[in-house]
Design a protein around this ligand. Structure first.
Ligand SMILES: [Mg+2]
Length: 344
C-alpha cells in the first residue's frame, strides 16, 4: 500500500491536510496539519525515493541542508524578513557608511539575477561569483573583530526554522551525518548555531565561506574556495571530513530554498543511489512564478515558509524510529550478554 496516497485537489498544489485522506491509520496519527502546505510534483517518484531511504535506514543516509531561509525561516511571525548570514555581517555597528551604500547597490543589481527563473544557470554563475567577490572585497576593508560578529548575531532577528533543532538533534542521535552547506559565512553559521542550538554534534559539518583572521583577531579576508549560490556541489567537500563521514552512504536527503541547492549532493546515481530533494519556496508572492521551476528541481516543494514537520514526520520519521529501535535492541543484547557472563 502506498504510504502517501495522492489526493488530487484543484490545481497542482496538494494541501498537506488533503494528503491525510489517503493515509493509513498509523500515518494519520502523525503531525499532519493544514498549516503545512506541501506540493509533490511526482508522487510515484517521491514514494520510490522515500521507500529507498527508509529501507536503507540511518546507516545509509546523509542529510545535506542549506542554511539561510532553509534551516532558518524566511520571515518572522511579525512578517518582518529574517536576517541572512551576510545580512548579519552587514548589521555590524562598526561598518562604514560607504560599505553599507556599496553593498546595498550590489544587492539591488545582483539579487534579481540570482532569483530569476529566466536566466540560465551558466549565465548566472560568473555574475554570482562577481557579486560575492565584490562583497567580500568591501568587507575585508572594514577589519571586523570576532566580538563584532558575536554581538551582531545576538542582536539579529535570526532564528532556526521550526523543526530545525529537532532535525539536528535527531540526526545526531541516529548517527546520520548532517552537512550544512551554505553560500553564506561559516563563522556566522557556527555562531548562530551556538547561540540558538548549543554545542555542535560530532556528525554536523558546516561548509561555507570561511573568514580569515589576523593574530590580533581582525578579519583579513576569506579562505578559498568562494562558495556562491550556484556552485554548491560536492567539489567543495574534499578535505573537510565530510566524505569520511558520509561518502559511502547510499542515500541523501537535500533541503534547500534556492534552485541551486538542488544539486548539493549531486545527481541520483552519481555519489548516492537516491537523492530526495526538498525545496522551500518561501514567498507567497513568487509562488505562481517559481512553482514550475521548483517542481522540476525538487521532489517535494514546501510552500509558504512552513516548518520542517513534513520532512521530520513523513521522510525521516521511520528512519529515526528504526534507528532508535536498533539502538535499544543493541543495548538490550549488550545487557543480556553482560547478565549471562559469569561474574569475575
Ligand atoms: Mg538559502
Amino acid at each position: 500500500m502506498e504510504f502517501l496516497a495522492h489526493v488530487p485537489v484543484s490545481g497542482e498544489v496538494v494541501a498537506f491536510a488533503s494528503l491525510a485522506l489517503g493515509l493509513t491509520a498509523v500515518a494519520a496519527q502523525r503531525s499532519v496539519t493544514k498549516h503545512n502546505p506541501i506540493h509533490i510534483p511526482n508522487v510515484a517518484e517521491f514514494e520510490r525515493k522515500r521507500a529507498a531511504i527508509i529501507a536503507g535506514g540511518a546507516e545509509q543516509l546523509t542529510v545535506v541542508a542549506d542554511f539561510d531561509r532553509t534551516l532558518t525561516p524566511n520571515r518572522l511571525p511579525s512578517g518582518e524578513r529574517g536576517m541572512s548570514c551576510h545580512g548579519i555581517v552587514e548589521s555590524c555597528q562598526s561598518l562604514s557608511e560607504s560599505y553599507r551604500r556599496e553593498t546595498a547597490a550590489l544587492f539591488r543589481r545582483f539579487f534579481p539575477i540570482e532569483v530569476s527563473p529566466h536566466i540560465p544557470r551558466s549565465e548566472k554563475i560568473p555574475l554570482m561569483r562577481r557579486w560575492y567577490a565584490e562583497n567580500h572585497r568591501l568587507l575585508e576593508k572594514e577589519h571586523l573583530t570576532r566580538a563584532d560578529l558575536v554581538r551582531a548575531v545576538a542582536e539579529s532577528n535570526i532564528s532556526l526554522r521550526p523543526g530545525a533543532r529537532s532535525l539536528i538533534a535527531s540526526c545526531a542521535t541516529a548517527g546520520i551525518p548532517l552537512l550544512v552547506f551554505s553560500a553564506g559565512i561559516k563563522d556566522i553559521i557556527e555562531e548562530v548555531l551556538a547561540q540558538h542550538y548549543g554545542a555542535l554534534p560530532d556528525g554536523l559539518h558546516v561548509v561555507s565561506n570561511k573568514m580569515a583572521w589576523s593574530p590580533a583577531g581582525r578579519h583579513t579576508g576569506f579562505h578559498p574556495p568562494l562558495i556562491h549560490m550556484f556552485n554548491k556541489d560536492e567539489s567543495h567537500l574534499r578535505g573537510v571530513g565530510w566524505f569520511e563521514d558520509a561518502g559511502a552512504r547510499r542515500n541523501a536527503l537535500v533541503l534547500g530554498d534556492s534552485l541551486g541547492d538542488a544539486v548539493m549532493a549531486g545527481d541520483d546515481g552519481e555519489r548516492h543511489d537516491v537523492v530526495l530533494r526538498v525545496g522551500f519556496l518561501n514567498e507567497v508572492e513568487t509562488e505562481g512564478e517559481l512553482l514550475a521551476a521548483y517542481s522540476r528541481a525538487f521532489d517535494v516543494v514546501v510552500l509558504r515558509d512552513s516548518s520542517l514537520d513534513f520532512v521530520m514526520s513523513h521522510i525521516l520519521g521511520d528512519v529515526f524510529a528504526s534507528a532508535k529501535l536498533a539502538k535499544a535492541a543493541a543495548a538490550g543484547a549488550a545487557g543480556s550478554a553482560a547478565a549471562a557472563s559469569p561474574a569475575p
